[in-house]
Ligand binder design. Structure first.
Ligand SMILES: [Zn+2]
Length: 382
């Protein structure tokens, strides 16, 4: 006796349980309703459920569901949250699934609560004693802001699957690479004073001018020394994003700050890039002791690369009918990979619809997604 919803009913319920993540407290919501729905459904079909309260979040949760026992196996992973929405630009209520023009419209249909609706159908007829290796489902918290859920899950090292598939909307193209992302604030401390007496002050803007010179040299050096042709933009990038300093034309500027963003190529660690930044500023830091410093603005997210010559990539290419590729957006893949598994990003829906009004999941992707999930479960668990 079970009351498991069918695909479209489970999709409706997931979308009707808002789980918006935002750095703005007025938008930020918990994800407990989504986690409880998933826990109820997967428990009903025999999965063991673990729910983690994720530290450094506003009371949000990760869910891990496990069927079968032993080592290795398959992890199907995704995030339980969505981005905020722009109400006036949606044709319908973002939390109510509208099925029209062969599409399911709703916030999170493609990015990416819809993936869990597919997983549920793929798992409903499985039983633990059929499985040779375990099947895990992971739903994380706060992917859209800090990736705190995936970061915490990786630290815990609770499981060690053979392979992991993250069902972000890739239009069912296997993604094996993306850049990392980090942002820093560089601060220059000067000494203010009357503009008529330059020798009595230290002008922070003038020092920042030299800092910018070093950063532009670093940018050129990155472009020369690091190349990966899998990306549209083949080099690591460094962007000067925002600058603030001083208060008045007749005062020597006492403080200036500059926010920058850097995107590492796969194979490059965050530490390596930060080191290059630090090295490039070193001559100036020596020239102006204790006046130049930099700090992280947000937690960084690492770059990701799954080696192309792996069994998982070959299989994913074969079933999906698409060659693997690199993308420009960041995902939880580098954290999931820290579990020690082959990891790819592969899921229904297009990134062009993610984070947009009238987000949708096309009916045309349903059968292919079902086929991919069935084949992956069969290969790695049965
Ligand atoms: Zn996503």
């Amino acid at each position: 006796m079970n009351h498991l919803p069918n695909f479209s009913d489970s999709l409706k319920q997931l979308i009707a349980s808002p789980s918006i993540s935002s750095t703005q407290p007025s938008w930020d919501q918990g994800n407990n309703d989504v986690i409880q729905l998933l826990a109820t459904w997967f428990e009903q079909i025999g999965f063991e459920i673990t729910i983690q309260n994720v530290p450094e979040t506003r009371n949000k949760f990760n869910l891990l569901a496990k069927l079968g026992s032993g080592t290795g196996g398959l992890l199907l992973a995704g995030h339980s949250d969505t981005v905020p929405f722009d109400e006036n630009r949606w044709q319908s209520d973002p939390h109510i699934v509208v099925d029209k023009k062969d599409r399911f419209y709703g916030l999170g249909t493609c990015d990416m609560k819809g993936f869990f609706a597919f997983i549920l159908q793929a798992c409903k007829n499985l039983s633990a004693n059929q499985l040779k290796k375990p099947l895990y489902i992971l739903a994380t918290a706060d992917e859209e802001t800090t990736m705190a859920g995936a970061r915490f899950f990786a630290q815990q090292q609770l499981i060690k699957p053979d392979v992991a598939i993250i069902g972000e909307p890739t239009s069912l193209v296997p993604v094996i690479m993306h850049k990392g992302h980090m942002s820093h604030r560089i601060k220059v401390k000067g000494q203010s004073g009357h503009s008529s007496k330059p020798s009595l002050g230290i002008n922070a803007i003038e020092i920042m001018y030299q800092v910018i010179g070093c950063l532009i040299d670093l940018k050129d050096k990155l472009a020369l020394n690091f190349v990966n042709n899998s990306f549209d933009v083949t080099a690591p990038t460094l962007n000067l994003g925002a600058i603030q300093g001083g208060d008045n034309a007749n005062r020597i500027c006492g403080h200036c700050q500059l926010d920058i963003d850097m995107r590492a190529l796969p194979g490059m660690t965050d530490a390596e890039l930060i080191n290059l930044l630090s090295e490039s500023l070193k001559p100036l830091a020596e020239k102006y002791p204790n006046r130049i410093s930099f700090d992280e603005l947000h937690p960084s997210s690492p770059s990701f690369e799954q080696k192309q010559n792996s069994e998982l990539v070959s299989l994913a290419e074969e079933i999906s009918g698409h060659s693997c590729c690199a993308v420009n957006y960041a995902t939880e893949a580098p954290y999931i990979q820290q579990l020690g598994c082959q990891t790819i990003v592969l899921g229904p829906g297009s990134i062009n619809q993610a984070h947009q009004p009238d987000e949708f999941l096309a009916h045309s992707e349903i059968s292919k997604t079902e086929e991919i999930l069935a084949k992956m479960i069969q290969t790695y668990c049965l």
